[in-house]
Design a protein around this ligand. Structure first.
Ligand code: WT7
Length: 656
């Protein structure tokens, strides 16, 4: 772990007050209101969450206990029964929202579809009935490997409806990565599509599923349900593979939502950690439903007139919480877009905002940096005046990128919510409430009501104002991950043991460094572990190293992140070769492709350096800190006395 020392404390003096017109109509209207909520939640968290759960969600049966906290294991709303698909769909059908647009979808080739709440409900019911027909039962796990089409959300809601857990695997992941996740989750069925549009090409999703399942590599999978999207010919294995459009003709249009226990598994989502293979982050039903509902309502200030657009893919937690569950639970109109900006369609986001009158827009700093580079003329060619709120997530946003977003996209009229959270937290944790909290460019500002955040040292002592430390959470919250799927020890080790409990109080370790300023605003500085962020996607350096080492030419590999203007970080690999192999440009190419095959294109190294040896400590640990400096082209500073062989470093310095 690296210590979160602040290399240069950013002096950010700019402060943007919530516009009065925004505050007046917002759910949370003032700083006083936020502070009251915060104080109330801090004083009596159980009452705070229980009151909201009663008011904001539908329960088939009320809970008997709000919170059971046996550190590090939390349970919320014990004994309560609900169904998140009921909360996202059925309960809106008895209101005027029945015929309101739930999903507006814009396809990459320019096709589009709108589903009202009533129509979405019917689609989900049919999908759920097909899953049942194919033998999926309550408690089973279903893999979802889909493009950004309505059926991705429909499949998730259908699983939730019948009490099957989903594990969505991002469509950009390789067949190998898919196979590992399906095996870890013991998936019984896979939902996929013939293909999906990514930029200007078709991603052959079904072909990847075939590869992942070849030779009985995932013995638990019995059926594959295929949605037709791109229409190229694909192989269909008799008995195993089924077309969604065929199956749906023989099922009923209604499927009652299964009353689920509040703590029943809702989904598993894999994310990278500092060691080993990706972790299956476990989220359960009641707490997750409540927390994503409340954060959507208060952070995005969702109103019935809004057209809400989050540009994430449903394969990430952002898509789960803020495309599907949070917004639909609030009865919002959600825009879903299959495409992505690129050279041939650089202005497509602005085109979509204008076309549909998007009012709330939520994207990532890496996208914003790319837009800045593409030039102001693109957004300026479109009418963006429908926008009233902007959001960002995924990595720290540079103040200058924030300012550009504010000026050029928001027309200096829209508040920006810089939302800090993680796959593990399930929902947004540190964020402005846009009608209440003044923003500072680059700061995620203050914790959401009910979230006890702090910045501490490794003994759990709070650090001084403006001093760097580890960002921790000191009280369980409803959408907290419950465990790592099948590995409670890893859950303990990864999140609860870096910092020991102090006076019986446990600290959830986020893996991020942060400081808190004199106004109580949080400035997240990035990961303190061996996790890097490439275009906002979280990658464990260890996973990429394992992928490299699985190539026959590679003896040893060390991977670090190098700061990159557009992507945030770029993957840089240092590799030592087996005796039988020798460095060449062709081998660099081959190794890059090998990583793509093993993990996916997001993990492709930008640079690979060959070396006779890697810098190690006397105890054999690779000194990544030195490699990080080398990769960044910086002087290697700090202590190098623990190096086993100094000449290794000198040699590397010459070569890089
Ligand atoms: C990591 C979590 C949560 C959805 C997207 C990523 C970084 C996330 C911010 C932000 C600074 C941020 C952190 C965090 N991060 N949002 N607003 N400011 N850093 O989810 O893949 O689980 O990654 O992303 O480092 O730990 P994830």
């Amino acid at each position: 772990m690296t210590s979160p020392t602040i290399e240069s404390v950013l002096h950010e003096e700019r402060l943007f007050n919530p516009p009065a017109a925004f505050s007046q109509q917002a759910h949370i209207k003032s700083l006083e209101e936020y502070e009251q909520l915060y104080a109330h939640a801090k004083a009596d968290p159980q009452k705070f969450w229980a009151d909201l759960a009663t008011k904001e969600l539908h329960w088939f049966e009320k809970w008997h206990t709000v919170l059971e906290w046996q550190p590090p294991f939390a349970k919320w709303f014990l004994g309560g029964k609900l169904n998140i698909s009921y909360n996202c769909l059925d309960r809106h059908l008895s209101t005027w929202r029945k015929n309101k647009a739930a999903l507006i979808w814009e396809g990459e080739p320019g096709d589009s579809r709108t589903l009202t709440y009533a129509q979405l409900h019917r689609e989900v019911c049919q999908f759920a009935n097909v899953l049942k027909q194919l033998g999926v039962q309550k408690g089973d796990v279903v893999g979802i490997y889909m493009p950004m089409i309505p059926e991705a959300a429909i499949a998730m809601l259908a699983c939730a409806r019948i009490g099957a857990a989903h594990t969505v695997v991002f469509g950009g992941f390789s067949a190998e990565a898919l196979r590992d996740r399906l095996n870890d989750g013991q998936a019984k069925l896979v939902v996929t599509a013939d293909g999906g549009w990514r930029k200007d090409a078709i991603v052959p999703l079904k072909e990847q599923v075939d590869k992942a399942l070849a030779d009985g590599a995932v013995p638990t999978v019995q059926n594959v349900l295929v949605v037709q999207r791109t229409q190229q010919p694909i192989a269909m294995a008799a008995g195993r593979d089924h077309w969604w459009h065929d199956c749906r003709t023989s099922v009923a249009a209604d499927c009652p939502a299964e009353p689920m226990d509040s703590e029943d598994l809702l989904f598993i989502l894999y994310t990278s950690g500092s060691t080993g293979k990706p972790k299956g982050v476990v989220h359960t039903t009641g707490g997750y439903n409540l927390y994503t509902h409340m954060t959507t309502k208060w952070v995005f200030d969702v109103q019935d007139t809004d057209v809400y657009w989050c540009t994430a893919d449903v394969g990430w937690i952002t898509g789960h919480s803020y495309i599907v569950y949070g917004p639909l639970s609030n009865g919002a109109t959600v825009l879903m877009y299959e495409g992505a900006p690129r050279a041939s369609k650089p202005g497509c986001f602005w085109e979509v905002i204008e076309k549909y009158g998007v009012t709330i827009f939520y994207t990532a700093p890496t996208a914003i940096r790319a837009f800045i580079k593409m030039g102001d003329h693109l957004p300026k060619a479109h009418d963006l005046s429908s926008l009233r709120l902007l959001g960002t997530v995924g990595e720290p946003i540079n103040p200058e990128a924030w300012m550009w977003y504010y000026r050029v996209i928001g027309g200096e009229r829209c508040p920006i919510v810089d939302t800090w959270w993680q796959t593990e937290t399930g929902g947004i944790m540190i964020t402005p409430l846009p009608g209440a909290i003044a923003t500072k460019p680059g700061s995620a500002t203050r914790p959401f009501p009910g979230i006890l955040a702090d910045v501490v040292d490794l003994e759990g002592n709070p650090v001084q104002t403006n001093e760097g430390g580890y960002l921790v959470i000191k009280h369980p919250w409803p959408s907290m991950l419950r465990t790592v799927y099948g590995d409670p020890d890893r859950f303990r080790r990864s999140y609860w043991e870096h910092i020991p409990p102090v006076n019986g109080r446990y600290f959830y370790f986020t893996g991020d460094g942060a400081r808190r300023d004199e106004d109580g605003y949080y400035w997240v500085m990035g990961r303190v572990d061996d996790v890097i962020s490439v275009s906002g996607h979280r990658l464990g350096t260890m996973e990429i190293e394992s992928a490299l080492v699985s190539h026959p030419a590679v003896a040893e590999a060390a991977v670090v992140g190098r700061p990159d203007e557009l992507k945030g970080e770029e993957v840089v690999a240092f590799v030592t070769l087996e005796e039988t192999a020798s460095p060449s440009e062709a081998l660099v190419k081959e190794l890059k492709q090998h990583v793509v095959n093993e993990i996916g294109a997001i993990a492709r190294p930008g640079e690979i350096h060959f070396s006779d040896a890697l810098p190690k400590t006397r105890s054999g640990k690779i000194m990544r800190r030195l490699l990080r400096s080398l990769a960044a082209g910086q002087e290697v500073s700090g202590d190098t006395s623990t190096l086993e062989d100094r000449s290794v470093l000198d040699k590397l310095r010459e070569d890089t």
